[in-house]
Design a protein. Structure first.
Length: 350
């Protein structure tokens, strides 16, 4: 398998996606193509030796070859004809925005390009925190209570303080605030509304245990990484979460008993279900009073959560061989022929 890593995109997590791609260059030793989606919507073929942060921050990437989307893959313009990149599979590593809201998935599916990543429906339910709550309810996965507020609506809360305020369609740390005093609420909401017209408010649970779990389903087999118990402050701020996206070293398995481990794995399978087929995702769970609660779904986790797997390259290889295939639909124009026949003789050309 030759993998093409697609990264960048238009979102607040544009630079984080670059960091993730650089991290995977260090982790994956096989042949790789790197495709950069810039802020103007252009695609660029980036040589592996140019995968450095300043290559993008200085705009030097524009000296590389531009790419065009074509049926079956990305194509590089040539003197006589376009030449398709040799990659068998694209890995969607576009964090946030276009990568996780279904835009990239739709493009790749429209051009019949095999890819690892969340499909359109999976992107929609995981990119919007309100829809994630509804999805969790639908698969009978308990989640933290919530309230949706809109920028032009009332600001009265359904919960006692403290609460946590989150923009609805951004990463779990951007624009997020913990509100402990009434006088802090308006400022926290103003900050969140700078990023989105809708925000989610949840009760903030002190001292809650949190566990991260990544994996995928390959055919009938589940591939589950190590369970991580992240060490953090009361919640992950931007620096704690996103400056860690370049992580490549492995993490230790959480020190939990076999029952909790099995329950967390079952919870992950319940969330993944058939909805996230073709993607390697990470779910973040809370455990409160013995109950497992879904915190969030990361459909394109930082550095693809490579640090949770002993053989990350092998996981991608296996997943790439079991990607969902869209149902082929070929019109036969029988209906049009019947309609035309019912109306009278066909009208020819000329």
């Amino acid at each position: 398998m030759k993998l093409a890593i697609l990264f960048g995109g238009v979102s607040y997590e544009h630079e984080i996606s670059i960091v993730s791609a650089i991290a995977l260059k260090k982790v994956l030793s096989g042949p790789l193509d790197f495709i950069f989606l810039d802020a103007e919507g252009g695609f660029w073929h980036i040589p592996a030796d140019k995968m450095k942060s300043n290559h993008f921050s200085t705009g030097a990437y524009k000296k590389n070859d531009p790419l065009a989307l074509g049926r079956g893959g990305f194509k590089k313009r040539g003197l006589l004809k376009a030449k398709r990149l040799e990659a068998d599979t694209v890995l969607n590593l576009v964090h946030g925005g276009q990568g996780e809201d279904g835009t990239v998935a739709s493009l790749l599916e429209f051009f019949d390009i095999p890819y690892i990543g969340p499909r359109r429906e999976a992107s929609v339910v995981s990119a919007n925190k309100w829809l994630t709550k509804l999805y969790a309810e639908g698969v009978e996965m308990p989640a933290v209570d919530w309230q949706l507020l809109r920028i032009d609506g009332p600001r009265a809360l359904d919960f006692d303080l403290p609460v946590i305020v989150k923009p609805l369609r951004l990463g779990s740390s951007i624009g997020v605030s913990v509100v402990r005093k009434p006088e802090e609420l308006d400022f926290a909401l103003d900050v969140a509304f700078e990023f989105d017209d809708e925000v989610l408010v949840e009760p903030f649970i002190e001292g809650i245990a949190e566990y991260n779990l990544a994996g995928c389903r390959v055919g009938d087999e589940w591939v589950i990484g190590r369970i991580e118990a992240p060490r953090k402050k009361e919640f992950l701020d931007f620096d704690q979460k996103y400056l860690d996206f370049g992580r490549t070293e492995g993490v230790q398995e959480a020190d939990i008993d076999a029952t909790l481990k099995a329950d967390l794995i079952d919870a992950f399978k319940k969330v993944y279900a058939h909805t996230f087929e073709g993607a390697l995702i990470r779910c973040d769970f809370f455990v409160a009073s013995g109950e497992i609660l879904l915190n969030e779904i990361n459909p394109i986790p930082g550095s693809m959560a490579n640090y949770l797997f002993d053989d990350f390259a092998g996981v991608l290889e296996r997943l790439s061989s079991h990607l969902p295939k869209p149902r082929a639909i070929r019109p036969d124009y029988a209906y049009i022929e019947k309609v035309q026949s019912a109306k009278g003789p066909k009208i020819g050309n000329g």
